[in-house]
Design a protein around this ligand. Sequence first.
Ligand code: AP5
Ligand code: MG
Length: 190
Amino acid sequence: MKNIIIFGAPGSGKGTYSDEIVARYNMGHISTGDVLRAEIKGGTELGKIAQGYIDNGQLIPDELMINILAKTYDALPAGQGVIFDGFPRTIPQAEALKKMLAERKHEMGVMIELVVDEETLMARLLNRAKEQGRADDNEVTIKKRFEVYHNQTAPLAEWFEKEGIRNTFTWKGSKDLMLSEIFAYLDTLK
Ligand code: AP5
Ligand code: MG
């Protein structure tokens, strides 16, 4: 499978649909949020830096994030395709991803944008807070994450549009429907 960039607001289902896509097409998966949370759990230097940003719902500085991404990508088996979940989130990250892949003679592949209304997003994340207790899943931090998404990340959709790889999927109230629309599209790429 081609590389896939899965893009959307906090709680839009990037992680959930990535798991389904990985199972169906046997690809690699990089969730930058998961990478950072593992660093925090391990008490590493990077984890210590990341924690302050994550707890405040802010983005980790681009330079740091880009280095982590390249290292994580190179550690995966080549040739299977990778889902980028939560990266890129800014124009500099998107430019860096394009360059990093071009240097390896790989392509960005396709972008999948998940569009979900904010009320649904908030309900999902507050529910996950009860089940998993993720540190940034509280109402105050979730609102900051939405704001950061609108101001810094959402404008990036236009960048993908210009690259000619933007594919938008809008939530219509059913996970099965969303998934079957995404699979129907990805099946055409195999
Ligand atoms: P990250 O971990 O990427 O968090 P996020 O973008 O806020 O997104 P989430 O993981 O909360 O949601 P999701 O879209 O994966 O949805 P999910 O499938 O879990 O980033 C966290 C932080 O790390 C950032 O704030 C930043 O500080 C830092 N960071 C990460 N990447 C960075 C980068 N590139 N640059 C700088 N900083 C970076 O679904 C949500 C919940 O909904 C789940 O519990 C799910 O089970 C549930 N759910 C219920 N119904 C559905 C449904 N129908 N579809 C999907 N999910 C559903
Ligand atoms: Mg996630």
